[in-house]
Design a protein around this ligand. Structure first.
Ligand code: SF4
Ligand code: SF4
Length: 436
């Protein structure tokens, strides 16, 4: 299984091959080398990957995403690599290789980890892809719009230009418009709420919904202008310094208000990054607990602090964001929230930890050049939803929502796409009915 160099969307940027190889050598420690050694080339991962299944292109088999690291490993780090090199059995990485591999590493991997659950060797291809992206960025490669979003996060605070000043403006506007208290920069709070700039700029109602729910639950919470952006485009783009910076900002904000819990909003990768790799990126244990908003609301519901009137409008099904369910471990709480609330709830097949990705995770949503393949992938989701007969799809990730909104528009699909926090906020028991 090899990709023929030069067959997939090359471009004309200069490429520093040596920098890529040096970076891969540096990252080839422990678990990555073990994964490369472990692959038995069985090909079972192919049918688990939405890119492979949507296109039937064998070049998109997940195991092939191990190729760049494998090539460097065999030449410089693996047992007998010196002998292999001397015998001409360990070819160098070339510029042509890197250009050919780039779409495999960026455009066609959402880091969803569906391949890992079928792999007999449990190889976490997503983590190898994340490391390989760092090497491609070192070489001067990577989708320009994804890299720009990451730089925006560094220089302006967020990938979509949600600066501190814009955050303050929008919080004031939303609080006034919806007559809802949205605390910003309280000096002390038990809970720090973060937001995704996708929500704040494209789906602001979900920010209002979170505020209404936290207020109704009697939570002592705040947003902070020191650290508000939940997304981490440093991780998605392969820019490790930005990945660390984004976690540092949240940690600094949480520590300055004394927050015991940081709540991540409807954003899958933000949750996965902060909860499962935040301490590694920060270089110390996180000084707070990380909870996704669905986990936090489920806890409030369990404690009897939040109750909801039933949602009877229509049948709904639930899309599991990969980084919240399969990779995040928070699969059950969204269902706990929907249980007894959505009166006609229908699981799609497969669901939960086996659910198909929307096609826009791993930064793929931000890559304009990946739009066509993303829409093809979305046909899998459409078929899943159609099979339930439900006219509406609810989820808990603004990135999934944006991906699904764009693909629905591109493909002329007419199902309603809903946010779980917005549904819940509209049905808080004891709150005024929004329809009245
Ligand atoms: S992590 Fe997901 S998108 Fe990436 S290769 Fe595996 S199944 Fe495909
Ligand atoms: S399923 Fe696992 S072992 Fe088999 S080819 Fe894919 S990555 Fe390799």
């Amino acid at each position: 299984m090899t990709v023929e160099p030069g067959t997939i969307t090359p471009d004309n940027r200069p490429v520093d091959v040596g920098a890529a190889v040096t970076k891969m050598e540096a990252l080839l420690g422990g678990h990555i080398a073990a994964y490369l050694d472990a692959c038995v080339h069985c090909g079972q991962c192919a049918q688990a990957c939405h890119f492979h299944e949507a296109t039937k292109d064998p070049r998109l088999t997940p195991a092939l995403k191990l190729q760049p690291m494998t090539r460097v490993y065999r030449r410089s780090k693996a047992p007998f690599s010196g002998l292999r090199k001397a015998l001409g059995l360990a070819p160098e990485v070339t510029e042509q290789d890197l250009r050919a591999w780039e779409p495999l590493i960026f455009d066609t991997c959402t880091m969803c980890a569906r391949c890992t659950i079928v792999c007999p060797m449990a190889i976490d291809i997503a983590s190898v892809v994340a490391a390989t992206r760092q090497a491609f960025v070192a070489a001067g490669l990577g989708p320009p719009d994804l890299l720009e979003a990451a730089e925006n996060a560094r220089t302006r605070g967020s990938p979509l230009g949600l600066t501190e000043a814009k955050l303050a403006d929008r919080v004031e506007w939303l609080a006034d418009e919806h007559e809802t208290e949205i605390p910003l920069d309280k000096p002390v709070a038990e809970v720090l709420l973060t937001v995704s700039s996708i929500e704040m700029m494209k789906y602001p109602d979900s920010v209002v919904a979170m505020a209404k729910l936290l207020n109704a639950g009697g939570v002592d919470w705040t947003l902070s202008s020191k650290g508000y952006e939940a997304t981490n485009f440093g991780v998605l783009s392969g820019k490790a310094d930005i990945a660390k910076l984004m976690v540092e900002r949240i940690a600094s904000a949480a520590e300055s208000v004394g927050a015991r819990i940081v709540v991540v909003p409807e954003c899958g990768h933000a949750y996965g990054v902060l909860r499962w790799t935040g301490g590694n990126l920060l270089g110390r244990e996180l000084p707070f607990e990380v909870m996704h908003i669905t986990e936090f609301l489920a806890a409030l519901k369990r404690q009897g602090k939040l109750r909801f009137t039933p949602y009877t409008d229509q049948a709904v099904t639930y899309h599991d964001p990969c980084q919240i369910s399969r990779r995040g471990g928070a699969t059950a709480d969204a269902r706990y929230l929907l249980d007894g609330f959505a009166t006609d709830f229908r699981e799609m097949t497969p669901t939960g930890n086996y659910n198909w990705c929307c096609g826009g995770g791993g930064g793929v949503q931000a890559m304009g050049r990946a739009a066509d393949v993303r829409h093809e992938v979305f046909r899998i989701k459409m078929a899943q939803v159609e099979a339930t007969g439900a006219p509406a799809l609810v989820s808990a990730c603004a990135n999934c929502r944006l991906t699904m909104d764009e693909s629905s528009a591109a493909l002329g699909w007419d199902k309603e796409l809903l946010s779980i926090v917005e549904m819940l906020a509209d049905h808080i028991e004891g709150a005024p009915n929004p329809a009245e």
